[in-house]
Design a protein around this ligand. Structure first.
Ligand SMILES: *Cc1c(COP(=O)(O)O)cnc(C)c1O
Length: 428
């Protein structure tokens, strides 16, 4: 454990973190201009283009997934006022929360019921569009409901989509790939929940289970894709399309805040609490929000006490060179979607100066938060998503005009008996 002690000398908080204490860490380089320029450029215009791509595909989505008909094939989650949850949190934790809380209910996203429906689905659609356009099957102004025709499905059946996942990314990629006619192989880490594997197999995906953790599952998937020309690997650790798909959430949230009459400016800062695994989803959403709101939005990342990989990476500047195991943590948590021992280096380097702060949450607390949120707001979160609900208590913001968005990243696909068991845990 030499690393652990050397690291703790430089960053004393690491001692607390390695003992699985719940911590809050304000990022000292937040808002600073970093010396090393990024080779990755993504503009607001690129994010708008991604949004336009999703709109092109709306006729296909509508045809392929009945539950998307009511929103015309546009998959977006509601922004819900959360006054009752806010009051309950204040009472339970004996602390006033200044400003107003909202839940961004990505648990209610259609097709795959989690934040992964943003990036995962987007990346597969983008790839499908490229293949179809190159093949001359369609033009960008064509009728995209054709993507559900037999001609397209037969064409896509020669291609395999591969990804490594703790569960939800696999679900989103598996379901959308199968709907387009792709073959699909998902490499699942040992943390992945049984019901997620079962559901994927029902959709016709091949599920490969790994005894190792998530990083290993991603590696195996990446290698498998390299050896096959007709394979496409969705790389959760490095993917730009995935990141861009997540960033679209910013445009959608902006519209919802506008519609709700919520101002975001100097006196009315926006705090967004995002559960973080490898960093893609919270990183992409934060990136988009920074493009939209600049210094008036403050992204805050939440991780389980057993897997604070992004926190460790950003704090030490070592990113994916460090694993939570290096400080004696086991990466075992009920928050399966966040059970990532090593963060994405791409996201860490790109976002390190744009994340306001980090906090960690213990598993018992996740269960409690999940139960509270259901009891007060009727929102069904999965344990990973519940990490966001602790946010406003941790940042202890002073501005009365602040808006807090608690990003509920998943939950609606959790089977009833699993949900009941999680909920009961939270009531003890
Ligand atoms: C994957 C996931 C996250 C975090 O996304 P990353 O891209 O891994 O950081 C948060 N919540 C849920 C429910 C997830 O499935």
């Amino acid at each position: 454990m030499e690393t652990k002690y050397t690291l703790a000398e430089q960053w004393p908080l690491i001692t607390e973190i390695s003992r699985k204490k719940e911590i809050f860490w304000e990022n000292p380089i937040y808002g600073k201009i970093m010396e090393a320029p990024q080779d990755f450029e993504l503009t607001l215009e690129d994010i708008r283009e991604a949004d336009a791509r999703l709109r092109r595909f709306a006729p296909f989505i509508k045809q392929a997934f009945d539950e998307t008909v009511k929103d015309e094939g546009i998959n977006e989650s509601p922004l819900l006022p959360a006054e009752r949850l806010q009051a309950h949190l204040e009472k339970e934790f004996h602390r006033i929360i200044k400003g107003s809380c909202f839940i961004k209910a990505d648990n209610a996203l259609t097709v795959s019921g989690s934040v992964k429906a943003r990036g995962g689905i987007y990346e597969v659609l983008k790839y499908a569009e490229e293949l179809a356009v190159n093949e001359g099957l369609i033009g960008l102004d064509g009728d995209y409901s054709l993507f559900s025709s037999e001609t397209f499905k037969t064409f896509f059946s020669d291609y395999t989509i591969i990804c490594g996942s703790t569960g939800n990314l696999g679900l989103s990629i598996g379901i959308i790939s199968a709907a387009l006619g792709f073959k699909v192989t998902i490499h699942m880490s040992s943390d992945a929940k049984q019901w997620k594997k079962d559901l994927l197999r029902e959709h016709g995906a091949e599920v490969v289970e790994h005894e190792d953790d998530y990083s290993k599952a991603v590696d195996v998937g990446r290698q498998a894709a390299i050896s096959d020309r007709n394979s496409y690997f969705v790389d959760d650790e490095n993917s730009k399309p995935l990141f861009t798909g997540y960033a679209v959430a910013a445009l959608r949230l902006q519209k919802q805040l506008d519609e709700a009459g919520i101002t975001v400016d100097e006196e009315h800062p926006l705090y967004v609490y995002l559960p973080c695994g490898v960093g893609s989803a919270p990183g992409g959403i934060s990136f988009g929000l920074k493009k939209v709101y600049g210094q008036h939005v403050h992204p805050v990342f939440a991780e389980p006490v057993a897997a604070p990989s992004m926190l460790l990476g950003v704090m030490t500047g070592r990113h994916n060179a460090l694993s939570v195991r290096d400080i004696g943590l086991d990466n075992i948590t009920i928050a399966d979607g966040l059970a990532v021992g090593r963060p994405s280096k791409f996201i860490g380097k790109l976002m390190e100066n744009q994340i306001h702060s980090f906090y960690t949450v213990a598993d018992e607390q996740l269960y409690r938060l999940l139960a509270m949120t259901y009891d007060t707001e009727g929102v069904k979160a999965e344990p990973s998503a519940a990490a966001s609900f602790m946010g406003p208590l941790r940042t202890a913001v002073e501005e009365g005009g602040a808006t807090h968005v608690l990003w509920c990243t998943g939950g609606s696909m959790v089977p009833e008996e699993v949900w009941q068991s999680d909920y009961q845990q939270g009531k003890i």
